[in-house]
Design a protein around this ligand. Structure first.
Ligand SMILES: Cc1cc2nc3c(=O)[nH]c(=O)nc-3n(C[C@H](O)[C@H](O)[C@H](O)COP(=O)(O)OP(=O)(O)OC[C@H]3O[C@@H](n4cnc5c(N)ncnc54)[C@H](O)[C@@H]3O)c2cc1C
Length: 644
């Protein structure tokens, strides 16, 4: 019997019935992963009976909002499937009229609200409609209580960079209370010599220091699993791959492939170099300029090297890998560019909310204040307030009140608690993302629809695994690792920023959360097909099934180092994002064959009284673009729509 088979038949050894993750739902429906399950069909309905979909949500304010919960997903699918076309006869007219209604309470929607109030003045009114039980969009966190300690981890949006001091982003950060973008991080507190730990789960910090491992299992003929610790130092000797793959992987992991790559780097968005890159796939770029073979890329590097955009490099524009650099992040003086709060960009969303509605989070303004303060949900949506945030409200209908060229209002309807409500607005910002905007703006012109049809979003699941300690990794001499089969691909122990009362030190006996990002790539299929298939697989798999796979994967890899799933795993939260990433195909950024890029149709000008935001309009998944797109949308409304 293989190791995996043995574990599959021994759920007790995996700790499947331990209290903290099994919570209070029983009776799982184990469904086969569904390659054939496409968007029109909702396998999640089959998981609904015992909410085997959402699973455990951790503790605290985010415990009912881990990724797209079943409730959010079902409301979204009802909207997509036309349940509100036409609006039901019993729609409740609230009688409310706002200067601006914003769809989506992620960083883009929150920024749009703030920009609108700042520009239109304190007497103006904005309403944000957000479909999750808490604001933040992909910038949310999970909280765990492990042996009396609160642990925080990101659900999606994670890192930010120190901006140039006079840039718009620097001034914006400062205006919401992020005065010191450079954070302080935990120091080594173990009794043993310090290990190299990164600041984010993306750093692979131990790789260059020999404190990193690659694991090969049954897929590579390794019945018991084979570890290569310090793959670069050992020149990848002994790995069960072909000689060519070994050489290429060594060049890749040692950083030589990137160092020696010969191509012109873009200097600003839209220059000749960026257009050249946008004309080819990221995979082609790696083949042409990094000297990698297609086989090595598809077999070992996809989907991790997809530039953080969900799919593998074969489906993405090569420019995607460079888009973020062109916002010119600064080295923070320590040689490091990236910063990360314990819950990722959740803190940025909370700073935005605190600035918008000071009463909404208890305590003082600023990073420490919003990290420690409790959200006062009752203060988010108060009659007469300039800014209001209405949660668990899925917008299902947006349409001008008459001819878009002349209408004075936009009608907006949302579903909340089984009822549909209608409000009016003098203007609207669609900040929810391409995948919902295209369904809900009823009078959207054909040109805009065609543009949105070229936006492909792909799924991602962030599985946060709370560990009582990470001594088993320390024993192996690694702080991070990568694997090529089973669930997930990589993980890293991080030194967290010291914010919100967490421990200033970290050692092998510290409880930590290991973030396992699950991506769904099927190299060779089209961008759209890869997204559909991945969503089908992610939505059809129960919490229990994923939990078992994660416990099994960890046991296979770490059992020999003393890991015991039953004892060491303190909790698992799954954050499923059905439309996590915009995955820009070649030509997305600057257009094909002399045609303008689809995103330009949506950014160029408002449609009537409706402007468009969300990071996906930039093509790059980055909260700075969420901010910039929101600011642009509000500027357009102020100058072109609400001028009088
Ligand atoms: C897994 C993952 C990791 C990421 N990591 C990073 C990172 O490290 N750094 C970084 O800068 N960026 C990262 N990003 C990119 C992330 O998209 C942005 O940082 C940012 O959080 C996006 O904000 P947004 O407001 O543009 O979109 P979103 O966060 O998607 O917000 C849109 C909100 O609108 C809601 N909505 C949509 N339709 C409706 C409707 N009809 N009615 C009501 N509400 C609606 C959505 O559910 C969502 O809550 C990551 C993204 C993912 C998925």
């Amino acid at each position: 019997m293989t190791n995996r088979k043995r574990l599959q038949s021994d759920e007790k050894a995996l700790g499947m019935n331990s209290e903290i993750t099994r919570r209070d739902f029983l009776g799982s429906t184990l469904l086969a992963s569904g390659a054939a399950l496409l968007d029109g069909f909702s396998p999640a309905q089959l998981l609904a009976e015992s909410d085997e979909f959402t699973g455990y949500g951790g503790v605290g304010e985010y415990s009912r909002s881990n990724g797209n919960t079943l409730e959010v997903l079902q409301a979204g699918h009802r909207m997509r499937d036309g349940a509100y076309r036409p609006l039901p006869a019993d729609v409740v007219d609230t009688g409310e009229v706002y200067d601006c209604v914003i769809v989506g309470g992620g960083i883009s929607g929150l920024t749009a609200a703030l920009a609108f109030l700042r520009q239109a003045g304190p007497k103006s009114s904005v309403l944000i409609l957000e479909n999750h039980p808490i604001f933040g969009g992909e910038a949310k966190q999970n909280e765990f209580l492990v042996d009396g300690k609160k642990l925080v981890a990101h659900q999606g949006s994670a890192i930010y960079q120190v901006p140039y001091p006079h840039s718009f982003i620097a001034r914006f950060y400062d205006s919401i209370g992020l005065h010191e973008p450079k954070l302080n991080y935990q120091e080594w507190a173990g009794s043993e010599p310090a290990m190299t730990l990164g600041r984010t789960p993306y750093d692979s910090a131990g790789l260059g220091r020999g404190e990193y491992g690659l694991w090969f299992g049954e897929k590579f003929g390794q019945r018991k699993g084979l570890w290569l610790i310090d793959p670069v130092g050992k020149e990848m000797r002994g790995v069960p791959v072909s000689e060519n793959a070994r050489k290429e992987l060594l060049r890749w992991f040692s950083g030589k492939a990137a160092e020696e790559a010969k191509f012109e780097r873009p200097k600003y968005e839209g220059d000749a170099a960026s257009r050249k890159l946008d004309a080819i796939s990221l995979e082609q770029h790696y083949i042409d300029h990094f000297g990698m073979s297609r086989e090595t890329i598809r077999r070992y590097l996809s989907p991790v090297e997809g530039g953080g955009s969900g799919l593998g490099p074969d489906a993405l524009s090569a420019y995607n890998d460079y888009a973020w650099e062109l916002l010119h992040p600064l080295d923070d003086g320590s040689g490091d560019m990236v910063q990360m709060f314990p819950g990722g960009n959740t803190t940025i969303a909370r700073l935005l909310v605190k600035t918008l509605i000071p009463d909404a989070i208890e305590g003082p303004a600023g990073v420490e204040g919003v990290s420690r303060g409790r959200v006062k949900f009752e203060a988010l949506d108060v009659a007469g307030a300039g800014a209001r945030i209405r949660l668990s409200a899925t917008t299902v209908f947006v349409r001008h009140d008459g001819d878009p060229a002349k209408a004075e209002f936009v009608n907006i309807a949302y579903a909340l608690g089984g009822k549909v409500f209608r409000v009016k607005a003098r203007s609207a910002v669609m900040a929810g993302g391409s995948w919902t905007t295209r369904h809900i703006v009823e009078d959207l012109p054909g040109e805009h629809r065609e543009a949105y049809a070229q936006f492909y979003r792909s799924p991602c699941m962030m599985a946060n695994v709370a560990m009582r300690n990470w001594r088993f990794l320390h024993k192996m001499g690694i702080s991070g690792c990568r694997w090529f089969e089973g669930v997930g691909n990589y993980m890293d122990v991080c030194r967290q920023a010291v914010v919100g009362g967490n421990d200033p030190g970290i050692g092998p006996d510290s409880p930590v959360v290991l973030a396992v990002k699950v991506l769904y790539s099927y190299p060779g299929l089209s961008t759209a097909e890869q997204g559909h298939r991945g969503r089908g697989e992610m939505l059809a798999t129960s919490f229990r099934d994923y939990e078992r796979r994660i416990r099994e994967q960890f046991t296979l890899m770490f059992e020999a180092a003393g890991f015991d799933a039953k004892r060491d795993i303190a909790g698992i939260v799954l954050n499923r994002w059905g439309h996590a990433y915009l995955s820009p195909q070649p030509g997305f950024f600057f257009g094909k064959e002399g045609q303008s890029a689809p995103r330009e149709t949506l950014r160029r000008a408002p449609f009537g009284r409706i402007a468009f935001a969300n990071t996906d309009l930039a093509g790059a998944m980055d909260h700075r673009y969420s901010i910039l797109e929101a600011q642009r949308a509000v500027d357009q409304l102020m100058d072109q729509v609400l001028r009088s």
